[in-house]
Design a protein around this ligand. Structure first.
Ligand SMILES: [Fe+2]
Length: 551
């Protein structure tokens, strides 16, 4: 089992070797320019050589390093003083926190004629003659001048170092700002485009496309977890996990689940980053996954899925920038998924209510069983022919199912009477649109279908009921449902009579256009005639509120 604690969460990048070498070379250059002499640089902690000199005898001698190591404090000092030769030590703090000591030998007076260098030669690790020749070539310094110049160089280097550090920080802030701006743009773009009604695939494609535009990854993937159990009666609920990938996704759905398990991820765990240090270790079961960042899409303790990016495009490490971006998207998707699930449950509840009403209508008037479903589908087909928008198609489907809900309140004896109705009985039947309106009026989610329920028996010429509306006064959905209702009533068989021939139905519609029915809807009927006859021919066992299965 992989230990989650082994995973590199974020990596704080220190200075590279090249950056350190460059910094030492720059310091050496400043010293040479200031003193007109080459300095050797020693690590202050260890006394080991950091940057060698080639100019002075004995300048790189390890003994000199030990002298440098012995220098305490921040001020320049003389590390050795042998008559006419001084060894100056100047401490410097480097940008990345390390300290070095620069050393060089200086001559304070020329040798007198015939004078031997003595111990000064030892300091230079040279024989007398070489020491004399070297001393003769040197500029003369006073100790005071050396210390003052050393302090001035220290101040200059410190100022330059501070300036570089500030520059570096500005660069870092600027990079952070750029990535934050990118993150905000991405989140803004997503919030603009996330829709409660969008299906899983279009939602994931949208998110993954945006993610791959912003992060240097070869692939991005979303695994959506089930929100309902298999077999549960649901309205488009996910009952098994799904994986959507973009780019060169290195794992499939089952492997993704194993990855979550292997990393021991939890909904409230925040982003997880794994780079080569982790994935190159023995026991890593996904050889094609070299780097990854993975975040939960959760709301509270409920996790709706996981969002991941795989494999850096330059084979570098993923770090805080990618983790932070993905975490923001994951949080947003968690809330969005939770809202989608609430919306799904609400839709499901509404579907249950509509199913219950439809069952009640069918139970009340078994002669017309299946009528509501056929009217709903024919109405949707007519509306499509009339170029109605998706919202209206949905309303029409509901309206078709529920248009006769008022029949629940009509006496069974009247409703099921196979013989001709008396005038009083017919007047009683005519109450069903208003009864239906009253039944549904308090269900806010069904408000849009009320005009169809109330007015589906109005006629174009004003001779219908209950309000005798004329032509355009009748709401469009009621005019459409009226034609679908009439088509099904005329064409379907009943136990007490056979349905009319389709030719007869067409003849009645032609005559009734602009009298009983809206001529435009009748026009749509004849344009979509083949489809409508096909709908009437197929009975369906179960009602569905799934848009794709309407027709
Ligand atoms: Fe009716």
């Amino acid at each position: 089992m992989l230990a989650a604690s082994d995973i590199a969460h974020f990596t704080a990048a220190g200075p590279s070797e090249a950056e350190c070498t460059e910094q030492l070379a720059r310091l050496s250059g400043v010293l040479r320019e200031s003193f007109d002499a080459a300095f050797t640089l020693w690590h202050a902690d260890s006394g080991e050589l950091a940057h060698a000199s080639v100019q002075q005898p004995g300048c790189n001698d390890p003994l000199r390093g030990q002298l440098a190591r012995a220098l305490h404090g921040d001020a320049p000092e003389f590390l050795a003083d042998e008559d006419c030769v001084l060894v100056l030590g100047i401490p410097f703090a480097l940008r990345h926190g390390e300290s070095v000591v620069a050393t060089a030998a200086f001559v304070t007076r020329q040798l007198r004629t015939g004078e031997r260098p003595g111990t000064a030669a030892g300091l230079l690790t040279a024989d007398d003659q070489s020491a004399i020749e070297w001393i003769e070539r040197q500029t003369l310094w006073t100790p005071d001048m050396l210390i003052r110049l050393a302090k001035a160089v220290q101040a200059r280097v410190a100022a330059e170092s501070r300036s570089q550090q500030l520059e570096h920080e500005v660069e870092k802030v600027s990079d952070n700002l750029a990535s934050t701006y990118e993150e905000i743009c991405l989140l803004h773009s997503l919030t603009q485009n996330l829709r409660l009604r969008s299906d899983d695939e279009s939602l994931c494609r949208l998110v993954l496309g945006c993610v791959l535009d912003c992060v240097p990854a070869h692939a991005a993937a979303i695994q959506l977890l089930p929100v309902a159990k298999e077999g549960q009666i649901t309205y488009k609920a996910r009952t098994h996990s799904l994986l959507f990938g973009a780019g060169e996704c290195p794992i499939n759905n089952a492997e993704f689940s194993r990855l979550i398990e292997a990393l021991e991820l939890v909904p409230s765990g925040g982003p997880r980053v794994a780079n080569r240090r982790f994935t190159a270790a023995d026991g890593w079961p996904f050889p094609d996954v070299r780097q990854l960042v993975i975040v939960p899409m959760s709301e509270g303790d409920r996790v709706f899925g996981w969002l991941a990016i795989f494999n850096h495009t330059d084979d570098r490490e993923f770090g805080t920038v990618e983790a932070s971006l993905l975490n923001s998207i994951g949080s947003m998707l968690g809330i969005h998924s939770s809202n989608r699930d609430l919306y799904r449950m609400q839709s499901e509840f509404l579907a249950s209510v509509v199913r219950a009403f439809t069952s009640a209508i069918d139970a009340k008037d078994p002669y017309t069983c299946g009528h509501s479903d056929r009217v709903a589908r024919v109405a949707v087909r007519l509306a499509k022919e009339l170029d109605c928008d998706a919202e209206l198609l949905h309303t029409l489907y509901m309206a078709g199912l529920l248009h006769d809900v008022g029949k629940i309140g009509i006496d069974d004896a009247v409703l099921r009477k196979p013989d001709k109705l008396t005038k009083a009985e017919f007047e009683h039947i005519k109450e069903h649109p208003e009864l239906g309106y009253r039944i549904l009026a308090d269900i806010a989610q069904l408000n849009a279908v009320l005009p169809a329920v109330l007015h589906h028996h109005e006629q174009w010429d004003g001779r219908g009921y209950p309000m005798k509306l004329i032509a355009d006064q009748i709401p469009l959905i009621a005019r459409i449902v009226a034609v679908a209702d009439a088509f099904d009533a005329m064409s379907s068989d009943r136990p007490y009579r056979k349905g009319m021939s389709i030719e007869k139905v067409n003849e009645i519609f032609q005559k009734g256009a602009a009298q009983q029915w809206d001529p435009e809807v009748i026009g749509a009927y004849f344009s979509a005639y083949d489809d409508i006859v096909e709908i009437a021919r197929h009975e369906r066992a179960n009602l569905t509120l799934d848009v794709e299965q309407w027709i």
